[in-house]
Design a protein around this ligand. Structure first.
Ligand code: EPU
Length: 465
């Protein structure tokens, strides 16, 4: 047995590939709805009870940000958060927390709407690209606020915001959410034109309406917000996560399996259904469930990401993983982010044949993927590597779980329920003698060398937001 020392190796997912996934699961709450809704509680006077909040680390970070501003956040079993932001006194968000989460810039609009001033560290770039905020800042300016940059923080000041028409140069999800938050307690009426239509934007608007806001047109390119003086507390249930649902459907498909996701409106996944059908998969959408049955070998197809209702950029890495095993050559064009193909080199280490030119990936389908030790560079690319490992021959290891855990709750437990051989292992640092993955090809041996994570109890026992 070959042994080696790998300093720095910490927690990893170990996946024994080649098992067909089958079964059904209920989709957890949407990260990209939960985070802005948590931020929106800053605008509410009274207690807000949020149900179906996903147990992911991004939610934890947003909860810490709210607490650092003075809010009280309590978790109840089963994915419920009780947030009281009445006690928020600070309009200054701490860099240490905000820098961990791009979505945390959402608190800018909420703080501005509540206090007439917000001081929030400018989001840095990330692995997906520069994460520009020009549309957010331009919109705040149109509402009557002044915008300054000091010591790396954006300071937005506007004691009397006044509604106006804000035409967005592109339907930015973040700008639409932030401007909606700023406008909801402004004087007069705000109209956001070319607004993002993503279901998570709609969910934020629906939450605000449930707390007393007057908003119309969410889900269309024109959102109209009539300012109100105050928002109250209340109870709200977050929509299910269409991206997590898509991940499980593709996990089933890539293993030649048969997976059903339950609890979400299938139209949220219409573009994915269309692509899967084009590859020869059988897709059945009924009521609040979607079932995908994979063919023995699927065919290539072309995909272009686009704002909702187009094919989501967040499912781009996952569809690339799936198409890497298709018969024929596919192209996938990424139109939303500048740098969303960085993970392709990791897929190549598993035997995928992909070349990237600018914003287009050309994927020449291979008959099989092989095991490898790979590193997730971001949340969805992490999902794609897990998918590839599930389908690959042999036993793969996936690192970078700090990214995966930002967006997927109980990923390995849920995949195991569908029949996957997947386990999370932890190793003390520095790691000493370990069996070489390529030689052992044996999940049990690797787990015994590292020690599996203690069995996760019921989802409700896991620490959360
Ligand atoms: N953009 C600008 N100027 C702006 C704002 C955005 O040029 O002022 C550009 C961005 O640089 C990017 C594109 O527009 O190239 C899209 O940005 P958008 O604002 O729509 O996205 P986001 O709000 O930063 C959210 C999700 C992402 C998801 C995108 C696109 C959250 C927390 N994040 O990001 O989700 O990919 O919309 O749908 O809602 C994820 O969940 O893993 C994730 C990255």
């Amino acid at each position: 047995m070959v042994t080696e020392t790998l300093a720095g190796l910490r927690t990893r997912l170990v996946v024994e590939g080649g098992r067909r996934l089958a079964g059904s699961l209920t989709v957890p709450g949407a990260k990209n709805a939960a985070l802005p809704i948590m931020a929106a509680t800053i605008l509410c006077e009274g207690e807000v009870v949020l149900h179906r909040v996903p147990r992911i680390t991004d939610v934890d970070v947003m909860a810490y940000i709210l607490e650092s501003l003075g809010a009280r956040v309590r978790e109840q079993p089963g994915g419920t958060l009780v947030i009281n932001s009445t006690s928020v006194t600070s309009h200054t968000a701490p860099y240490a927390l905000v820098s961990k989460l791009n979505a945390s810039f959402d608190i800018t609009g909420a703080l501005l709407g509540r206090f007439g001033i917000a001081e929030v560290p400018r989001p840095g770039g990330c692995v997906l690209g520069p994460r520009a905020i020009d549309l957010h800042l331009d919109g705040f300016g149109r509402l009557g606020a002044s915008v300054d940059l000091e010591h790396g923080s954006v300071i937005v000041t506007g004691r009397r915001l006044r509604g106006t028409t804000i035409p967005l140069a592109k339907p930015s999800v973040g700008a639409t959410k932030n401007l909606m938050l700023a406008a909801v307690r402004a004087e007069a009426t705000t109209r956001i034109e070319n607004a993002a239509r993503e279901p998570e934007v709609v969910d934020l608007a629906d939450f605000l309406v449930a707390m007393g806001a007057r908003i119309q047109g969410q889900g269309s390119p024109s959102i109209v917000i009539e300012g109100v003086r105050r928002l109250h507390g209340g109870e709200y249930t977050i929509i299910p996560d269409r991206l997590v649902a898509g991940t499980y459907l593709l996990a089933g498909a890539i293993t030649g399996g048969d997976v059903t996701v339950r609890g979400l409106d299938p139209t949220m996944l219409a573009s994915l259904q269309e692509v899967l059908r084009a590859t020869g998969a059988e897709v059945a959408a009924e009521g609040v469930s979607v079932r995908v049955q994979a063919p023995r070998r699927w065919t290539a197809t072309d995909v272009t990401t686009a704002p909702y209702p187009g094919f989501p950029t967040d499912l781009q890495p996952l569809i690339v993983a799936y198409l890497s095993l298709a018969q024929g050559t596919s192209t996938v064009e990424e139109t939303i982010f500048d740098a969303r193909f960085v993970y392709v080199s990791e897929l190549a280490r598993m035997g995928a044949d992909i070349t990237v030119a600018g914003r287009t990936a050309t994927i020449r389908g291979v008959p099989a993927l092989k095991d490898a030790v790979v590193e997730a560079p971001d949340i969805r690319a992490g999902g794609a590597l897990v998918l590839a490992a599930l389908a690959a021959q042999g036993t793969s290891e996936i690192g970078g779980l700090e990214h995966i855990d930002r967006g997927y709750e109980f990923l390995e437990e849920r995949l195991a329920e569908l029949g996957a051989a997947i386990v999370r292992i932890s190793a003390a640092e520095p790691v000493t003698l370990r069996p070489h993955v390529g030689e052992t090809q044996d999940l049990a041996a690797i787990v015994s060398a590292f020690g599996a994570r203690p069995a996760a109890g019921s989802p409700g026992t896991q620490p959360g937001g």
